[in-house]
Design a protein around this ligand. Structure first.
Ligand code: GAR
Length: 195
């Protein structure tokens, strides 16, 4: 069985969508793949309980306990490998994982790291993507699934979804519209990567 480890920081709705798709679409039977662990960098990440409710092993690697980014990333890499009996997960899926990763970490999992970002990259890398899209007067916004490289939000684009920015949109309303699409394109792209 190949393993997927998912990294989260918050509510984990993308993680839950991937877990649900894996069940519904029988990824284990069809691709020999399972979601073997969910790791959060915050103990209060809501997604942890969601994962546990699905019988998935969870772990917290609290970034605040590490003096440097490098030390945290090293501990994170060890934890990821602990969640895979082969110590070589097929994919490490960043799902609302709000940490900038070091080049060393990215190199260790090169080719196996994927992220979803709530904008139409290369527009609006970084934070507050929805408010920035509204402030710029964008008529469309969206989400991007991309490979992870050492440069933040810059890896090869694998999938995108577009939503309209509506009259009077707030960042919250736009975020909710985008998030619905994230759930669809992220699970679908991961499945396609599993060949
Ligand atoms: C999602 O919108 C995801 O695209 C975004 O955080 C949210 C997490 O929601 N990720 C980033 O901004 C990464 N730079 P979730 O925890 O409910 O999946």
């Amino acid at each position: 069985m190949k393993n997927i480890v998912i990294l989260i920081s918050g509510s984990g709705s993308n993680m839950a969508a991937i877990v649900a798709a894996a069940r519904r679409e029988q990824w284990a039977e069809r691709r020999g793949v399972q979601i073997s662990g969910v790791i959060a960098n915050r103990a209060d990440a809501g997604g942890l309980a969601l994962a546990q409710a699905q019988g998935i092993r969870t772990e917290v690697v609290d970034h605040k306990k590490f003096a440097t980014r490098t030390l945290f990333d090293e501990a994170l890499a060890v934890a990821i490998k602990r969640h895979d009996p082969d110590a070589r997960p097929a994919l490490v899926v960043l799902a609302g994982f709000m940490r900038v990763l070091t080049a060393g970490f990215v190199a260790e999992f090169e080719g196996r790291l994927v992220n979803v970002h709530p904008s139409l990259l290369p527009a609006f890398t970084g934070l507050h993507t929805h408010q920035r899209a509204i402030d710029e007067g964008c008529k469309f916004a969206g989400a991007t699934v991309h490979r992870v490289t050492a440069e933040l939000d810059h890896g090869a684009i694998l999938a995108q979804a577009v939503v309209p920015v509506l009259e009077g949109d707030t960042a919250e309303r736009l975020a909710a519209r985008v998030l619905t699409q994230e759930h669809l394109i992220y699970a679908r792209t991961i499945f396609e990567m599993l060949y």
